[in-house]
Design a protein around this ligand. Structure first.
Ligand code: NAD
Length: 335
């Protein structure tokens, strides 16, 4: 029987990108599953979806021919996997797509601070070529402390090693083979806070990591430390960061994520109209206390946002569909 693929929550560029890449009948809809009439679901065998479409037991009952769901997200809380299992519907996700992308943005923030790029560019644009106050510092020889050595943290470590930096890291789950290969050492969180010239955060926001960098953590740090956060805003207590900046403990911060942002499950949400309607990130950004501090640079949760990273989400999704059709499903979260 020919496959009928229903591609939900599609953005126009995604439809363009997918042209000719999948066989079978593909129906694209910008809508979420709850907006699709039942009559349009009866022949659907495969769903390609995103996080705003809750796939519940009742929804599954309306798609009797469904065999496979490919979600274009890492998380799959929006899918009732137990109900899928009972119906023998296989579910695949996109486990990673932006590990180099976010790590590259982290290095961009670091280099912007170390070489005072923002004031240098602003000054040159004004036709002012004076060098006063534009002296930066070398990364070579500096100690960078990486908190969280998962997908993104390990890429930042590779780039830091290439810059001849000394790397120390903290993660309760240590990757010892990687640390030996790259020549860096795991230390306790306390040691990291005390030794690092630069601290970069790459942990998920969990009860255990909420306000990991608070007043108690900042007082342990070296005077003049640089803080980088491309992880989640809540990992830093913003008021404590402002106090540490005023006290001269923190000499600079590169921040892509703010504590006051709405909860974000998947970075790709930030590009959707549904998210923009729910969350007024522009106001959060416009009024933020960190924004007008000279030694702080803020980017608008943009670290994930490269063409290649977004295309990788679709490429992995295409591969997931093809693997399922070939009888060898991949990136399976439920079968
Ligand atoms: P990952 O799951 O691969 O790695 C997270 C690491 O953190 C794991 O190794 C884990 O053991 C470690 N960890 C957990 N609790 C810890 C703790 N208390 N102290 C130290 N380490 C701890 O995740 P990843 O793909 O590297 O992503 C890291 C975070 O980056 C994500 O959780 C997400 O919040 C954020 N992110 C941001 C953007 C962006 O655009 N700014 C994009 C993608 C991801």
């Amino acid at each position: 029987m020919p496959e009928t693929i229903l591609f939900l929550e599609r953005e126009p560029w995604e439809q363009e990108f997918l042209k000719g890449k999948l066989n079978g009948t593909i129906r694209f809809s910008p809508e979420t599953i709850d907006k699709i009439p039942s009559a349009d679901l009866h022949d659907v065998t495969m769903l390609v979806t995103f996080i705003y479409s809750p796939i519940t037991k009742d929804v599954l009952a309306n798609i009797p021919q469904l065999k496979f769901i490919a979600t274009r997200s890492t998380g799959y809380d929006h899918i009732d996997v137990k109900a899928c299992r009972e119906r023998h519907v296989v579910v695949s996700n996109v486990p990673t797509y932006g590990e180099n992308t976010v790590a590259e943005h982290t290095m961009a923030l670091l280099l912007s601070l170390s070489r005072k790029l923002v004031p240098s560019i602003e000054r040159a644009r004004r036709g002012d070529f004076r060098l006063d106050d534009l002296r930066g510092f070398d990364l070579k020889g500096k100690t960078i402390g990486i908190i969280g050595t998962g997908h993104i943290g390990t890429n930042v470590i590779r780039y830091a090693v290439a810059f001849d930096m000394k790397v120390i890291a903290y993660d309760p789950r240590q990757n010892n083979e990687f640390s030996q290969r790259l020549g860096f050492s795991y230390v306790t969180l306390d040691e990291l806070l005390r030794q690092a010239n630069i601290i970069s955060l790459h942990v998920p926001l969990l009860p255990a990591t909420m306000h990991l960098l608070n007043d108690a953590a900042f007082v342990k740090m070296k005077r003049g430390v640089i803080i980088l956060n491309t992880s989640r805003g809540g990992i830093i207590d913003t008021k404590a960061l402002v106090r540490a900046l005023k006290a001269g403990i923190v000499a600079g911060a590169g921040i892509d994520v703010l504590e006051e942002e709405c909860e974000i499950r998947e970075e790709r949400e930030l590009l959707t109209d549904a998210f923009k309607q729910q969350c007024d990130l522009e106001t959060v950004l416009a009024n933020h206390i960190l924004l007008n501090r000279e030694n702080v640079i803020v980017t608008p949760h943009n670290a994930f946002n490269s063409q290649e990273a977004l295309e990788r989400i679709l490429e992995t999704t295409i591969d997931n569909v093809k693997a399922f059709l070939a009888g060898t499903p991949q990136n399976v979260v439920s079968r």
